[in-house]
Design a protein around this ligand. Structure first.
Ligand code: HAS
Ligand code: CU
Length: 562
């Protein structure tokens, strides 16, 4: 369809839907963080190829400052800002609701202020504490305050979506919450519950400690509070991608969602089991009993189930779509899918890589396998094909239609967008191969192996081949970054816009109407399920946390100032 490009004023574009503008601000701020974070990531890949490029960047005081920037910008800033844009805008448009725009803009500026504070702290080398900021390593008060503001701003967005859904339910008592709104509400409630850990750690302990108001902090208690949030945050990153895989991608493929009931069940299971599993990051921590670690390991296996349900439902939705496009036989439907559409292809590639990333998660959740792999390069291998692809590659795919939808500026080049998706996929899968392999050979994570003391030379000689593979992935990912941000910047800086009708619409799957007595209405009683989730978390965490609170061993802080 030839589109007429004309120069509409910016005011025209956002007049009818002011929520577009604030969502655009969230998404673009997130992508700006991803841009800087991924560029520094390339240095990381070369480090794990044994090549030290850090010395060529004098503005980076150390490998660890670069790693802190890479981690914080990618997994805290990019994800949280993008999700606040997407998981606010989509439910609002599905409910045709009128949000409190003052509240939402306040949330944006609270988060932006937090980003500024934390960013200044890291860039001035006053918070080289990595994205997990484990004490006794200490950062400046600005870093902790900035991190807290980003979390608080996201909670503000979540509260607004929950409030709007509550109002929608009041106006439609006999109807099930529309699917995207249901999934978004379940995700926001899970996130609000999950943030209890990190907000307590930062506000009660780390900010006073960094201001000198507290002598010391108990590292074991701080780590446990961090991982209270630290695992569910991965579902805060993953579930928005699942919302797109369930409720948008099937429509992009020309089909619909194979089973809305299974999709709703999966999200309720995430609401129930995302939080009480964090101790699977602490299997080697001395201060936690083996019994509670086992409970968290079992609950982690539970939280793998909704992902397996997702694999089944998404694959069948895609198969139905592929067959409706003429695909035949067991696999004949796959080539029939719209692989030429960058927004679609990026998300399928994300799914395929997550099959491996998710399987790796199940391995890590196995207590005895974990102790062999913990703190090795295997871990970054795992999370670059989970948050690095399931989330990031999906969000890149979404941006290919969402930015043109917001701005009414057509995507600058579908071809380059498609190239960026494939390069990102191949790059990340290659990186994951190299890092999983290095991990199995005992190469540690978070180590500047490209700058080892001479006495350690040859320490990882057996890892020469996987190190080469990791270096090649760095080159492929650098090309992916150039292609992706080339398309994004070219699109955003375009002058002309198309009309509202010519801009991409939101590809919502067809809405299913349920009878008011159907089981779906029982699943829709989301506060009842939220209450059960809180109860499970109390059982899984209270005994350990109460004991840690009562027996704290505060340790003074130490700074990495070099
Ligand atoms: Fe993980 C460490 C366990 C999922 C991210 N994980 C991490 C860290 C990060 C991270 C960042 O048990 C490092 C933290 C740090 O710095 O220390 N993880 C799991 C488990 C899952 C899991 C059991 N992780 C994720 C997701 C992440 C993520 C999602 C980000 C988005 N993880 C661990 C453990 C550790 C850990 C331990 C600690 C390691 C240590 O010792 O430090 C599960 O949720 C995985 C379930 C998923 C599956 C796969 C289902 C497949 C799907 C795709 C299907 C696609 C289809 C398409 C069918 C079982 C849904 C087909 C269509 C075609 C056309 C082909
Ligand atoms: Cu985890």
């Amino acid at each position: 369809m030839a589109v007429s490009t004309a120069s509409f004023s910016r005011a025209d574009v956002y007049a009818a839907n002011p929520e577009k503008k604030v969502a655009l601000y969230f998404v673009v701020t997130g992508l700006a963080a991803l841009f800087v974070g991924t560029l520094i990531g390339i240095l990381q890949a070369f480090n794990y190829a044994g090549i030290n490029l850090y010395d060529n960047f004098p503005f980076l005081a150390s490998y660890y400052q670069g790693l802190t920037l890479h981690g914080v910008l990618n997994v805290i800033v990019f994800t949280t800002f993008f999700i606040c844009g997407m998981m606010f805008y989509l439910p609002v448009r599905e409910m045709n609701a009128r949000p409190n725009m003052t509240w939402i803009w306040s949330a944006y500026w609270v988060m932006f202020g937090g980003l500024f504070l934390a960013g200044v702290a890291i860039i001035t080398n006053n918070a080289t504490v990595l994205y997990t900021f484990y004490p006794p390593l200490q950062g400046s008060w600005g870093f902790y305050t900035g991190a807290a503001l980003i979390i608080v701003g996201s909670i503000m967005v979540g509260i607004e979506v929950v409030r709007l859904r509550q109002r929608w339910k009041r106006d439609h008592p006999d109807e099930a919450t529309p699917i995207v709104t249901f999934m978004s509400t379940a995700t926001w409630l899970m996130w609000i519950l999950a943030t209890f850990g990190i907000v307590t750690e930062v506000v009660v302990f780390l900010i006073p400690w960094s201001l000198g108001l507290r002598e010391g902090v108990d590292p074991q208690l701080a780590r446990t509070l961090f991982w209270f949030t630290g695992h569910p945050i991965v579902y805060f990153w993953l579930l928005p991608a699942y919302i797109s895989w369930y409720a948008l991608v099937p429509k992009m493929a020309g089909g619909t969602l194979a089973s809305e009931a299974l999709a709703r069940l999966a999200f309720l299971m995430f609401l129930l089991f995302s939080v009480p599993v964090g101790m699977h990051h602490q299997f080697t921590d001395p201060g936690i009993s083996a019994g509670w670690k086992m409970v968290h390991s079992l609950l982690t296996m539970f939280v793998g189930i909704p992902s397996l349900l997702t694999a089944f439902t998404v694959a069948s939705s895609l198969e139905l779509a592929g067959k409706s496009r003429g695909g035949r036989g067991v696999f004949g439907w796959i080539p029939k899918l719209p692989w030429g559409n960058a927004a679609f292809a990026a998300q399928i590639l994300a799914m395929i890589s997550f099959m491996f990333g998710g399987a790796g998660g199940i391995i890590l959740a196995s207590f005895n396998l974990n102790v062999m792999l913990h703190n090795t390069a295997w871990i970054p291998g795992h999370f670059h094909i989970t948050v690095g692809t399931a989330t990031t590659l999906t969000f890149m795919g979404i941006s290919f239609w969402l930015l043109p939808h917001f701005t009414r500026k057509p995507l600058a080049s579908n071809g380059l967008a498609l190239a960026s998706a494939w390069l990102w996929f191949v790059g990340m899968m290659t990186f994951a191969l190299g890092m999983h392999w290095q991990g199995l050979l005992g190469v540690p994570r978070r180590a500047q192996i490209s700058n080892l003391a001479p006495s350690l030379d040859g320490a990882y000689a057996s890892a020469a081949l996987p190190q080469l593979i990791t270096g090649v992935s760095g080159i492929i990912l650098a090309l992916a970054v150039v292609c992706y941000f080339g398309v994004i910047f070219a699109t955003l800086f375009k002058r002309d816009r198309v009309t509202e009708d010519e801009a991409p619409a939101i590809p919502f799957v067809d809405r299913v109407k349920f009878h008011k007595d159907s089981t779906i209405m029982f699943l829709d009683r989301i506060y009842f399920w939220f209450g059960i989730a809180i109860a499970i978390v109390i059982v899984a965490y209270a005994p350990t946390l109460v004991e840690m609170f009562l027996n704290q061993v505060p340790v003074p802080g130490m700074r990495m100032g070099w």
